[in-house]
Design a protein around this ligand. Structure first.
Ligand SMILES: *[C@@H]1O[C@H](CO)[C@@H](O)[C@H](O)[C@H]1NC(C)=O
Ligand SMILES: *[C@@H]1O[C@H](CO)[C@@H](O)[C@H](O)[C@H]1NC(C)=O
Ligand SMILES: *[C@@H]1O[C@H](CO)[C@@H](O)[C@H](O)[C@H]1NC(C)=O
Ligand SMILES: *[C@@H]1O[C@H](CO)[C@@H](O)[C@H](O)[C@H]1NC(C)=O
Ligand SMILES: *[C@@H]1O[C@H](CO)[C@@H](O)[C@H](O)[C@H]1NC(C)=O
Ligand SMILES: *[C@@H]1O[C@H](CO)[C@@H](O)[C@H](O)[C@H]1NC(C)=O
Length: 514
């Protein structure tokens, strides 16, 4: 990469936004974004998906010891007749929807957090064992992790209010030109180190400037690095899982991936998929390593699992933009154009892709039949294949993959006909062998509204950031419904308690979808 090309790229990307008077400043001697080569462990770094990762299983066991007393005390506070001798494993799952999802879900989480609220559901966040998320919900999960899981009040004042008003196009506000220059230096260094780079890498760095700590946009943060974060080693937080859709060049020309596209997950320990065609995992700290049939050639990659890259992978909606439905996604489309021009300048036509790319560690791996001949795997937004609300497709795909824990979800027409999206709903109550899902739809409770902003709104004013978080608080308490804590406790207890308080009957009548 020659300097004149770099400045051409900076000019291109800055041209779309503001003059680049500061371009070229703020470069680091050793680029923290570019992966390093590391000595591989002697044991294999890939495995078939036959059980949980050892690290995840150990985390969950240790987390349950801390989460169970928190859950028992919340249930007893709601009604001391709840039986808490056996308790379920609670997981929080955050949906997509850009800043709308990020902020409404932040409000829900805040209302449940004993540190940050006196609401009727406060204390429940402390009882969660998993926190899975995708896309805009993924922005919440990775920003929480990047800051070592502070309160939402803290993130609202320190991160969301100051940064979301500038939007994705202006990371760091006034200092955006520095962020752009640094971002281009980062992806240039990654390309020079022999790794693929796409617009998805630039996007991830910009998200880092929006969501992560430090004047460098958290460039040194990695997904595997979360395992040494203080609250993680203390098992004080739910185990994070970020999902992303496998995209397929053979479906190019279509704006979305097919409903059965592979669902991948990033955890602090591993990357891979439970779906039949992949059915394999690779250790997160060695993501991006070249393997053939499970054997490493030469050195392993280290540091490819950048947290911004993971955040971009789960929220990479650029594939949608060819759909006329999204022609109104104006700002987002210009962002995609700017990123694509920049990546062309940096890496040439070979890497002009919009999706995130990872060297395929499952090459010639017999367990991963669908991807065993691909040198690179490509990824887009977690809901590119309709894995979005109201979760009908997720149910159908789980069923097709032989994953039996997901309860029955009715078709979208039923959601419309029965207005299911107007309040909290329970799924799976009568299916003893599935999980129970408590589904909290987005309802705009506050009359100041504005909570239902578009997924493609990439700027939110301070006032609106606050009002959307307040709306999320109201979703968590179902608009301060006095019966709601009891009903939620009934749903949580129903598959583990020996018996339930009589009040649960009315709750199931109101919230259960048969
Ligand atoms: C909860 O209520 C207590 C007692 O009124 C108060 O001291 C505390 O600040 C409140 N906490 C929050 C997060 O509002
Ligand atoms: C994480 O650690 C910090 C510092 O010890 C603490 O203030 C914070 O409450 C912890 N977060 C959680 C969710 O426990
Ligand atoms: C992986 O292989 C590709 C060629 O297929 C090479 O360009 C790249 O440098 C290799 N990466 C590592 C980490 O060895
Ligand atoms: C594009 O989508 C349509 C409708 O889902 C499908 O029939 C077609 O096979 C897809 N094309 C490719 C190349 O995947
Ligand atoms: C891409 O799609 C084709 C046709 O559906 C399928 O055979 C192939 O396994 C897919 N590749 C990947 C990498 O998912
Ligand atoms: C707790 O549940 C019992 C049994 O259903 C009921 O009689 C009692 O009123 C409930 N208490 C509260 C505080 O809701």
């Amino acid at each position: 990469m020659r300097l004149d090309q770099l400045s051409a790229a900076i000019t291109l990307i800055c041209y779309a936004v503001l003059p680049c008077y500061a371009a070229g400043h703020g470069r680091r001697a050793v680029d923290a974004y570019a992966p390093q080569r590391a000595t591989c462990p002697t044991s294999s770094i890939v495995r078939p998906a036959s059980s949980l990762a050892t690290g995840e299983a150990q985390y969950i066991t240790a987390r349950k010891v801390i989460a169970d007393p928190a859950l028992a005390s919340w249930l007893k506070k709601v009604n001391d007749t709840f039986d808490t001798s056996l308790l379920p494993t609670l997981g929080l799952a955050g949906s997509s929807g850009g800043y709308r999802a990020l902020l409404n879900e932040a409000g829900i989480l805040q209302a449940m957090d004993a540190r940050d609220s006196n609401s009727s559901v406060h204390g429940l966040y402390q009882a969660f064992i998993y926190h899975a998320a995708l896309s805009g919900g993924g922005w919440l999960a990775t920003s929480l992790a990047a800051w070592n899981w502070p309160t939402i009040s803290y993130l609202q004042k320190t991160v969301y209010e100051p940064n979301l008003q500038n939007g994705l196009l202006l990371p760091g506000g006034f200092y955006a030109p520095l962020a752009y220059a640094q971002t281009l230096a980062d992806v240039t260094a990654q390309a020079a180190a022999g790794y693929p780079v796409t617009a998805g890498d630039i996007y991830g760095r910009l998200l880092g400037y929006n969501l992560f700590p430090g004047p460098d946009g958290g460039v040194a943060l990695t997904m595997s690095g979360l395992t040494s974060s203080a609250n993680f080693t203390g098992h004080k937080v739910p185990y994070p899982i970020i999902t992303s859709t496998g995209t397929n060049a053979s479906s190019s020309g279509n704006c979305t991936e097919p409903p059965d596209a592979t669902q991948y997950e990033y955890t602090p320990h591993e990357f891979g998929s439970w779906d039949k065609g992949v059915n394999s995992f690779v250790q997160m700290s060695y993501l991006g390593s070249n393997l053939t049939n499970g054997m490493v050639h030469g050195k392993c990659a280290s540091g490819f699992d950048n947290l911004g890259f993971v955040t971009a992978s789960t929220s990479n909606v650029f594939g949608f933009l060819c759909d006329p439905l999204y022609s109104s996604a104006g700002d987002f489309a210009s962002l995609a154009d700017a990123l694509q021009s920049a990546i062309l300048e940096v890496a040439g036509p070979a890497s002009s892709g919009l999706f995130n790319e990872i060297p395929n560690s499952f090459l010639e791996y017999t367990h991963a039949s669908a991807v065993s001949s691909a040198k690179l795997l490509t990824f887009g937004d977690g809901d590119l294949s309709l894995q979005n609300d109201p979760i009908k497709n997720t149910f159908l795909q789980a069923e097709a993959q032989g994953l039996t824990k997901m309860p029955t979800i009715p078709p979208t027409s039923t959601f419309v006909a029965e207005a299911l999206g107007t309040q909290a709903r329970f799924f799976g109550c009568k299916q003893p062998n599935t999980i129970t899902i408590v589904w909290l739809p987005l309802v705009s409770y506050s009359s100041s509204a504005g909570s239902d902003i578009s997924t493609f709104d990439i700027e939110v004013s301070e006032a609106n950031t606050d009002s959307i978080i307040r709306n999320g608080n109201l979703i968590a308490t179902q608009n301060n419904d006095l019966q709601w804590p009891t009903c939620l406790a009934c749903a949580i207890s129903m598959k583990t308690a020996k018996s339930l308080p009589a009040a649960c009957d009315a709750c199931f009548a109101k919230h259960f979808v048969s």
